[in-house]
Design a protein around this ligand. Sequence first.
Ligand SMILES: C[S@@+](CC[C@H](N)C(=O)[O-])C[C@H]1O[C@@H](n2cnc3c(N)ncnc32)[C@H](O)[C@@H]1O
Length: 169
Amino acid sequence: MGGYMATAKTVEWATPQWRVDEWVEELGKPFTFDPCATPENAKAAEFLTEDDDGLKSPWWGRVWLNPPYGSGLKDWMVKANEELNSGRVEIIVALLPARTDTKWFHESVVERGHEVRFIKGRVRYGEGVSPAPFPSIYVVMRPKCEVSDCPTQGRVYRGMCEGCRRSSA
Ligand SMILES: C[S@@+](CC[C@H](N)C(=O)[O-])C[C@H]1O[C@@H](n2cnc3c(N)ncnc32)[C@H](O)[C@@H]1O
């Protein structure tokens, strides 16, 4: 029983550390915040657990997001989009099941114009020796200025970057 559902820890669906490390290398900086974790599987120095409730607390900085994949997944994606608009979040990299026919995928990812990277092969979550029985994706979420001809795409707060806010004041 070394497989995908074999251990209690695997039920936590932890991200293999090397997948996070690959992103840290690409971004050139570590993640600062993991909104859904345990002390054992957190992927950033600051993190929130189920007791803290990452759906109800503010997020900040460079966020690693691998949320619970149950029916509440849509709520995590709504929260992620809200947090992007807070002015506190620089980027969110989310590891998600590739449920490309779902309402959450269309409303929180496609219609928001977020970058999607399809993962080749299956992720071995947690301590599972076997790969997950479903495909996975990365969704890269960056705050976007909603001004249509925005020249800068700088730090965004409530839908507008600093430059566009100054020129519209
Ligand atoms: C898929 S695991 C990912 C763990 C870790 N962030 C990683 O990437 O390896 C999801 C985690 O969310 C935690 N969790 C569940 N509900 C939560 C909540 N409301 N707020 C914060 N964390 C929660 C679970 O305990 C679990 O550790």
